[in-house]
Design a protein. Structure first.
Length: 241
């Protein structure tokens, strides 16, 4: 318990001095944990000789039996994911500041009656809903566009970006709307500004692990398709000769 208080005090002090850098470091660290979780699950599945990809869309796992899940730990992949989370933290922090400014929560000063408290609670809930809807209708789809574009370029170029949008974007967006509206309502209603991004990132470890898993599954499927395409080209050349 004392350790938690010490960490909270350290985080608050760091945030007050260097808010953006503090968010970047925290978000990058949690991003690395997320990818570590995703890779750990994949390596466990490989060692157990099974591939549990029930959460992945069918078009991504058409050739899952041919995926390479037996290689060692992909440190570059973890570094990419951590670097991405580090770099987008300022954007997330500024976004929460924007929502705070345009959808301010009511402030209670002094003792108020139950009727007034009820009105304040109702207004606070309304503001939290407005923040959540704005976040989910604007920032969530744009954030996924940024994620898959960045990862696609980092892994090989614009062709990879097209493949990720074709295979992974819509499944990720649908999954987002199943999870994040409720989480963001709680976040906007109860969390102070400096804790919102770390709160989302902490709860988002599993979500980011899913994104990392989905992104890697798309990459694995495309590798298999490239191999099959080369083999088809060779067969056609042999038949012509």
């Amino acid at each position: 318990m004392n350790g938690l208080r010490t960490f909270k005090a350290f985080y608050n002090t760091s945030y007050n001095k260097r808010p953006i850098l503090t968010l970047c470091v925290a978000n990058g660290f949690l991003g690395a944990i997320s990818d570590g979780l995703a890779q750990g699950i994949s390596h466990y599945n490989a060692s157990a000789k099974k591939i549990d990809n029930a959460v992945l869309p069918d078009k991504i796992k058409r050739h899952q039996s041919m995926w390479d899940l037996t290689s060692g730990w992909d440190y570059k992949r973890t570094a990419r994911f951590a670097a991405y989370n580090f770099c987008v933290a300022p954007l997330g922090g500024k976004w929460y500041m924007f929502l705070d400014k345009f959808f301010p929560m009511p402030v209670v000063t002094g003792v108020v009656s139950k009727a007034v408290q009820s009105q304040i609670t109702k207004k606070a809930n309304g503001m939290a809903v407005k923040r959540m809807l704005t976040d989910q209708l604007l920032f969530a789809p744009a954030g996924l566009v940024l994620f898959f574009t960045t990862m696609g370029i980092a892994e090989g170029g614009w062709e990879n970006v097209k493949e990720k949008f074709r295979d992974a974007y819509i499944p990720a967006l649908i999954a987002n709307y199943k999870v994040w509206p409720a989480v963001q309502f709680i976040n906007f209603k109860f969390m102070p500004l400096q804790y919102r991004l770390p709160f989302v990132s902490s709860l988002g470890i599993i979500w980011n692990a899913y994104l990392s898993w989905l992104n890697n599954a798309s990459k694995q499927e495309e590798k298999v398709l490239e191999v099959l395409e080369k083999e088809d080209t060779k067969m056609e050349a042999m038949q012509i000769t």
